[in-house]
Design a protein around this ligand. Sequence first.
Ligand code: NAD
Length: 287
Amino acid sequence: MSASLIDGKALAARIREGVARRAAALREKGRPPKLACLLIGDDPASISYAGSQQKHAEGVGIDYELRCLPSDCDMPTALSAVDALNVDTNVSGIIIQMPVPKPLDGFALQQRIAASKDVEGVGAANLGLLAMGRDALAPCTAAAAFACCKASGVDMTGKESVVVGRSVIVGKPLAMLLLGANATVTQCHTRTRDLAAHTRRAELLFVAAGVPELIGAEHVGEGAIVIDVGTHRVDAADGKKKTVGDVKFDEVAAIASQITPVPGGVGPVTVAMLLENTVAAAARAAH
Ligand code: NAD
């Protein structure tokens, strides 16, 4: 391996330190930041994810509240629960645990979150502000991938940047963040012809395709900075499971100048970004 690692765990720890300082200052002012999570139903993965959010939030001095609704609740009840959180002045940020049970409309529920409390950056208002280059609560994973690139120390101005993936929560907002940093951006997706021809040109390569180890040595130019957003549990040779990204780490690390590992890259920074957005939302509300 010739590339140096962009250490997501260390970056996340630095972000959390900053968040903890800001959270303590807000608490002193009598405006403690608070993250509220709406959990509908009893999906074990969602319950476990909420538990982990609580641990992370409380770890940096952000209060956490879980509001639960039964899986058979109807849409008006769920919307009312979001409205109640929107008007609760003690709540700085709102998360709706996805997926919500059928036939509830998860998209409509997320769009109901007040823009000022949309700490996952999933609402149209924040995406619109981001597209306009305005102050916005950016989607956490896109913000994390961008922060990992920044942590590499590179000046993004004018850099050939390729984003593989165009999802609303990762690929598109990431392209907007890169444009905001004056990078030259190409966005690739499933209909892109000759993916490798694009990715090989990239000085900054971001991969958020959701396909395990899609990107190999043949896709990467010498010295590129590679940010791998993917995360997948796959079968390992020894019959156990292992976590891999969207990038074939070993062969790409031999060509790249800097690379994020999986695990330990974008993942931990994503969680830190949620905390960062929460404290930013709380600070704005406190003014
Ligand atoms: P998604 O499935 O919504 O979007 C994938 C995008 O990649 C689509 O726009 C699609 O057009 C494109 N794509 C798929 N296959 C492709 C191919 N062969 N060539 C070119 N483009 C292709 O996924 P997502 O929600 O954007 O997530 C992307 C990845 O990031 C997933 O692996 C997911 O697990 C991971 N993720 C990680 C974190 C984290 O915290 N690290 C958070 C969210 C998502």
